[in-house]
Write a protein that binds this ligand. Structure first.
Ligand code: BG6
Length: 511
């Protein structure tokens, strides 16, 4: 990773540099904290991207001493921190700057204790008055926590002091709950202080969508209905739902992946050029896309959406449970672990260009990509002489793994005849740049420190996505069916998804 204090261009291009601050992790003993947040904080600390001293305060339900929490954090770094030889000194320093405060989400006094610890640390540790309050807790506690933060004075900005609040997905379960949550948060914090994490936006390759489109002269002129036949977005995972049955039953792919990650990617692919590279300009354009998505009405569900569940079977030579047999899943559950849908964006650029989206668990591999499928050439010169007409060109943005960009285009196969074949030209990140990309959480945490909200969904974007998703859920609830199709684990999903494409004379790509 690059070194030097992290900065972004501010107004008049004066750099805005990361300032020393305190990270307060509410839910500091949980999985997210141990697997992602502490390791990401260590990496940006080690790389010198944030000024020292850095202080971290874990706050959670267990009664732990500072030392006990430090031990837990050290174990988390050993397990998930991808430590390297020579990290010992940095690690010891980092661990020594960690503190703990017992927090009961139902007890306002514990929030006052947290506030008192933070104030004390300003004197005893030289800790900053700038605080990042990271809610790594179950979302059902957000509203309560925000109220307690306010009454403990932790939401107050004055002089040198600013708080910023970071919330994890899911941001609500539907439009109504998202609106309610927004109201709770925005009653206490300013929109500018709120950072809603969507870790997909922290991925280098997702950010590269903007660079590819707007830093190259030759893609943008053809990035529209005249040249593009359709777009395919695939977000596939080979894992099942693991031990997240309780959460997943309420979420399904619709709320777990489509409402957030996938619609965010879609909006970056489809947005108009923003007037500047500033957060609000980019967020404005993304929201316009989300607002332009044609709602899928109940009568369109059959032709526009396929939902399914993985059945029991064998994947990579291993017996795996079906979704209905997973822990905490109802035996008659209708929750989808696979979703394929056809989306239309109703604006001048995209009119008539379908965006096909698919996402699911227990698919053959973990792969996320956006495929821009170009139209056929207007006149096929070689029509009468080729053995087989070539497929039209495509541009593949590979989000993960093997991050990169591929162009698929036609070439003449050497020989006397006119044999035209598709070839693929690929740029791979690691070949060009080595393994330098920061983890999504590292980048996003740094952006919170400098207060850059470009990579964080804004209230209106979240609301628009929920409107779209809610309408689908409503359509499903009106369907008179008692079960949904099942697919073989390790397959590319149910036949119905292939049929949906075939009905349009198209095929899913094999990533
Ligand atoms: C999370 C979802 O937001 O994203 C998970 O809740 C999913 O179900 C994960 O597995 C995928 O993220 P990534 O970065 O592994 O593609």
């Amino acid at each position: 990773m690059q070194s030097g204090i992290y900065s972004i261009p501010g107004i008049n291009n004066e750099p805005v540099c990361a300032e020393s601050c305190v990270f307060v992790i509410l839910g500091g003993t949980g999985d997210l904290s141990r697997r992602k947040l502490l390791p990401a904080l260590f990496q940006i600390y080690k790389a010198g991207l944030i000024p020292r001293p850095v202080h971290i305060v874990g706050a959670a339900g267990s009664e732990l001493s500072h030392e006990e929490y430090r031990d837990m954090a050290a174990r988390a770094l050993d397990e998930f921190g991808e430590l390297e030889d020579g990290d010992t000194e940095d690690k010891d320093e980092f661990i020594a700057s960690i503190f703990y405060s017992h927090l009961d989400f139902n007890d306002a006094a514990t929030f006052r204790n947290l506030a008192a610890l933070l104030d004390r640390m300003q004197t005893t540790e030289g800790a900053s008055a700038k605080r990042i309050l990271y809610l790594a807790t179950p979302p059902s506690f957000y509203a309560k926590i925000v109220r307690h933060l306010q009454s403990a004075g932790l939401s107050e900005s004055k002089e040198e002091r600013w708080p910023r609040i970071v919330v994890e997905k899911p941001f609500g379960n539907d439009l109504e709950s998202a609106q309610e949550l927004n109201k709770h948060i925005l009653d206490v914090f300013d929109e500018k202080q709120v950072f809603r994490i969507d870790h997909y936006l922290g991925k280098e390759t997702v950010q590269n969508i903007l660079v590819l489109r707007f830093a190259n002269g030759h893609f943008e002129p053809t990035w529209n209905r005249r040249y593009i036949d359709h777009v395919q977005i695939t977000v596939a995972e080979s894992i099942g739902i693991g031990d997240r049955g309780r959460y997943y039953e309420e979420a399904g792919v619709l709320r777990d992946m489509l409402q957030n990650h996938i619609l965010q990617v879609l909006s970056l692919v489809a947005m108009e050029p923003p007037d500047s590279f500033h957060a609000e300009s980019i967020r404005d354009e993304k929201v316009k896309v989300l607002r332009s998505i044609r709602p899928i009405k109940p009568e369109d569900i059959k032709t526009h959406i396929v939902r399914a569940q993985y059945g029991p079977g064998t994947q990579n030579d291993e017996e795996v449970k079906g979704y209905l047999q997973e822990e905490n899943v109802a035996s008659n559950s209708m929750t989808e672990t696979y979703l394929a849908l056809k989306v239309h964006i109703e604006n001048w650029r995209w009119s008539g260009v379908p965006f096909y989206i698919r996402s699911g668990k227990r698919l053959p591999k973990r792969v996320s990509e956006v495929a821009i499928q170009y139209r056929e050439v207007p006149h096929m010169l070689f029509r009468d002489v080729v053995v087989e007409p070539p497929s039209p060109s495509a541009l593949i943005l590979r989000i993960q793994p093997d991050e990169g960009v591929s162009m698929i285009f036609s070439t003449k196969h050497p020989g006397v005849g006119m044999d035209i074949r598709n070839q693929q030209m690929t740029f791979k990140y690691y070949e060009a740049y080595g393994d330098t990309a920061p983890e999504a959480y590292e980048r996003l945490l740094l952006d919170v420190v400098v207060g850059d909200a470009t990579l964080f969904p804004r209230t209106d974007g979240v609301i628009s996505s929920w409107k779209f998703v809610d309408q689908i859920a409503e359509g499903w609830s009106k369907q008179r069916i008692k079960s949904i199709p099942q697919y073989e684990p390790g397959s590319w999903g149910p036949d119905e998804a292939m049929e949906m494409m075939a009905a349009d004379g198209r095929k899913w790509r094999r990533p």
